[in-house]
Design a protein around this ligand. Structure first.
Ligand SMILES: Nc1ncnc2c1ncn2[C@@H]1O[C@H](COP(=O)(O)OP(=O)(O)OP(=O)(O)O)[C@@H](O)[C@H]1O
Length: 625
């Protein structure tokens, strides 16, 4: 069936009712993918490059079912078109329910300091089977932590030690977070100090909670004093045009580059704001703005937004004002500091009518922070800011087993097909470098009976949300994606990331590779990343080999000549040579030796890895976590 966008997208179901709709039956048993050890997956790689076999569609479908892959189900564009036609505002009865309208705790004026539990909402937010749980390999996220700060930061080993608000402590418990990760252990006390923070830690290490927990916790005690007026949820009827509406005046603003990431951060905020007066909202492009506007008008204390839609709302002062913002977080900051986002980010940072009080705090987070981004980031930060780095800025962790296979370009499809059949069915993301290839690979797999779906920037927002939902629930356990989804996507049990195309050095390079492979093996779980390497990928070869070395991976024979002569994996960019004076010691890869060398002793002098003279930020110390 042809789609309105001219592709044969095949999202497995037409579901527009929010990720908490439990009537949706996953076709892939979510737990079963836990049954396969990562070693089973990569041992099977040996079999993945056999000779091409031509298979007809019926035979291929039978083969896919026999191998255990879930059945395919075509996207029903007729139903989709019928349901959204004439419903541009997304407010019609049959229109899709967007992620931005997902249920949240609604505060009533008669509540005291803590609202009562709402069991149905609690079950949706915390207990459903799609919430990630920390894996047993969480220790692999324990790197040497480097802190540069005007004051010493005393990390919190346990959430109980962080002086958090009781509601926050309870919500963390409901989330199932038992211990803080390294980045959380340092960010909690750092952010509670109330100064600007730049933080960098590996993919899937809990950076979202690292900023949301302290910020929300700090606001909880004073929200009644700080928050703007909003209608009482006990009596407010959003359908009544005569009801008085609020203006969105958030206390917290989180800006991130992709819609999917915004929805995900919104989900985390919905959990962490549970039973509190703080009302989270999300604003992102593609979905109708009217619904998002109504949400802002119902009250907004924590706003998560992508830049385009945020700037649109900033141009409507009756709808949104940033004058109360106390905390601004730029997530995926190195991406947000790229030229593409320059105009929007400048406008957001200038803040329109933003809070110019001295108490405004700016935070930047990412798993990667190349040199140019570090320099730019400093321009926005106050002089006395805190910098926290877990391991090397831009490093990966050893929970992802990385395999690189040499493939002739014309053999990629065959190789992909064999690869998918060489191991047990598992939730898999296949990254490609352009939208056309995404459509082609998705169609190819789907036509061979494999339950794939795909996502890229040319898809409508409804298609994007459906694709992610189908992938998350297991209805379509194979997701073909362009780099748009490389950052942030956090889906339980993604066991395998395949780089059908490796990122080129001009389009994301090694940073994008790190983000892509980081969609698997999150928060202490294990995963596999397989990359198809062709002769056209020479531009990324040196950094790829260094990254493989850094994480103790096997270097394939065809890349052996890229191994540095001294056997040390030092990244060119891991220095600030543009600064006057010498960079302090170039950091070698974070291995056990380096960890052992970690010291609690503060050091000063030289130029730090973020490009500021270390003396300007007071203390600098490494600590073995
Ligand atoms: N302390 C914790 N214990 C257990 N799970 C946690 C903890 N903190 C966060 N998580 C979970 O870990 C997962 C990864 O967190 P998150 O998405 O914030 O990672 P991230 O560091 O931002 O990754 P990326 O750089 O890829 O965006 C989420 O599902 C989150 O709910």
């Amino acid at each position: 069936m042809d789609s309105p966008t001219g592709v044969n997208a095949n999202v497995s179901t037409l579901m527009h009712s929010g990720d908490e709709d439990m009537s949706f039956t996953p076709l892939l048993d979510l737990e079963s993918s836990n049954a396969y050890a990562t070693s089973d997956l990569h041992d099977a790689l040996e079999d993945a490059t056999g000779p091409a076999i031509m298979i007809d569609k019926a035979a291929a479908t039978t083969k896919a079912r026999e191998a255990g892959w879930a059945p395919t189900s075509a996207y029903d564009y007729d139903t989709y078109n019928a349901s959204t036609k004439g419903d541009k505002d997304g407010l019609g009865e049959v229109g899709p329910a967007w992620a931005s309208t997902a249920a949240k705790y609604e505060w009533k004026e008669e509540y005291g300091d803590v609202g009562p539990a709402v069991p149905a909402l609690e079950a949706q937010l915390f207990n459903h089977e799609f919430v990630m749980r920390a894996g047993s390999a969480i220790k692999a996220l324990e790197f040497t932590v480097t802190v540069e700060s005007p004051n010493a930061i005393c990390p919190v080993r346990e959430f109980d030690d962080a002086a958090l608000h009781p509601i926050m402590r309870e919500n963390i418990r409901l989330c199932g977070y038992e211990h803080p990760t390294a980045i959380q252990a340092y960010c909690l006390p750092a952010i509670l100090q109330g100064v600007d923070v730049i933080a960098c830690a590996q993919t899937g290490s809990g950076k979202t909670a690292a900023y949301l927990i302290p910020v929300i916790s700090k606001l909880l005690g004073k929200v009644k004093k700080l928050a703007a007026w909003r209608p009482n949820a006990a009596t407010f009827n959003p359908d009544d045009p005569n009801q008085q509406r609020a203006r969105g005046e958030p206390l917290v603003l989180v800006v991130c580059p992709s819609r999917e990431l915004a929805m995900q951060i919104f989900d985390e905020a919905r959990r962490l704001c549970y039973r509190s007066m703080l009302r989270p909202c999300v604003a992102y492009g593609g979905a109708p703005s009217k619904q998002q506007r109504l949400e802002l008008q119902t009250g907004c204390d924590v706003l998560i937004a992508t830049p385009g839609r945020l700037c649109d709302f900033m141009d409507q002062p009756g709808i949104l004002s940033l004058k109360r913002v106390k905390y601004t977080v730029i997530d995926e900051a190195d991406e947000m500091l790229q030229d593409d986002w320059d105009e929007g980010l400048k406008k957001i940072m200038a803040g329109g009518d933003a809070n110019e009080d001295a108490d405004h705090v700016l935070m930047m987070f990412s798993a990667t922070f190349p040199k140019e981004a570090r320099e730019l980031a400093r321009q926005y930060m106050s002089n006395e800011h805190i910098r926290i780095r877990v391991g090397r800025a831009g490093s990966a962790h050893e929970n992802v087993t990385q395999k690189v296979i040499f493939v002739k370009p014309e053999m990629k499809r065959k190789c992909l097909y064999d690869l998918l059949f060489s191991m047990p069915p598992a939730r898999t993301i296949i990254f490609v470098n352009n939208k056309k290839t995404a459509d082609e690979v998705d169609d190819h797999l789907f036509n061979l009976g494999l339950p794939s779906t795909s996502i890229h920037a040319d898809r409508t927002q409804a298609e994007r949300e459906d694709a992610i939902r189908a992938f998350r629930t297991g209805a379509a356990p194979i997701l073909v994606a362009t780099g748009v989804s490389a950052r942030g996507l956090d889906v339980k049990n993604v066991m395998h990331v395949i780089n059908y195309d490796l990122p080129s050095s001009v389009h994301g390079g090694i940073e994008e590779y790190v983000h892509r492979i980081g969609r698997t093996a999150r928060i202490g779980n294990a995963g596999l990343a397989t990359s198809f390497y062709t002769e056209r990928n020479e531009d990324i070869a040196n950094n790829l080999v260094k990254l493989l070395m850094e994480t103790g991976q096997e270097i394939p024979d065809f890349l052996q000549d890229r191994v540095p002569e001294d056997g040390k994996a030092i990244f060119d960019d891991d220095t600030d040579s543009e600064e006057e004076g010498k960079a302090d010691s170039k950091e070698s890869v974070a291995g056990d030796d380096e960890k052992a060398a970690g010291t609690d002793t503060p050091t000063t002098g030289g130029v730090d890895l973020w490009g500021a003279p270390a003396a300007a930020v007071g203390l600098k110390y490494d600590k073995t976590w």
